[in-house]
Design a protein around this ligand. Sequence first.
Ligand SMILES: CC(C)(COP(=O)(O)OP(=O)(O)OC[C@H]1O[C@@H](n2cnc3c(N)ncnc32)[C@H](O)[C@@H]1OP(=O)(O)O)[C@@H](O)C(=O)NCCC(=O)NCCS
Length: 152
Amino acid sequence: MVRIRKAEKGDLPKMIDVFMRAYEGLEEYGEPSRGAARRYIKWLMRRSPEGTFVVEEDGRIIGFVCADPEWEIAESSRGGAIHEIVVDPGYRGRGIGRMLMEHAENYLRSKGVDVVELWVGRDNPARFFYEKLGYQEKGLYGKWRRMIKFLK
Ligand SMILES: CC(C)(COP(=O)(O)OP(=O)(O)OC[C@H]1O[C@@H](n2cnc3c(N)ncnc32)[C@H](O)[C@@H]1OP(=O)(O)O)[C@@H](O)C(=O)NCCC(=O)NCCS
């Protein structure tokens, strides 16, 4: 059974495992070590303690997302952000990422957010995933692409 729930402090080691596996082959967009990943994920959980969610299958963490309802963006005074989403490589292509994004967007809607921003690595194929979900590219800044989506 697949379920999404709010991330808790005790999930950190498993979230680091999934994060490090998720960025294998995409190292330039990930974190250089487990220690750096730990600091980064702790930052995510501090930045958005209510908007960081893990997805579990049969009790095993297979991905997570961090949605931030308080993020300044040019297009709206009610901006939000998706800071991170990862799905364990062995569980991809099954709609888990879409499910996490829909959960995150519903959370952001519930907080009054109307435009979501995210940044994806220039050559990261995840941009095609985001395009499928309705995100539009709004510029290339060094090795990052900025994408946004207007929430209905
Ligand atoms: C991006 C990521 C979260 C997608 O997870 P996933 O569970 O495989 O995604 P889903 O199965 O829900 O895919 C949803 C849709 O996007 C499409 N999609 C997913 N990855 C894709 C890719 N690399 N290229 C093209 N389309 C892709 C799927 O085909 C699917 O389309 P459909 O609904 O029409 O069938 C996963 O690949 C990942 O963890 N990548 C590494 C970490 C990363 O780069 N995160 C983003 C940081 S900005």
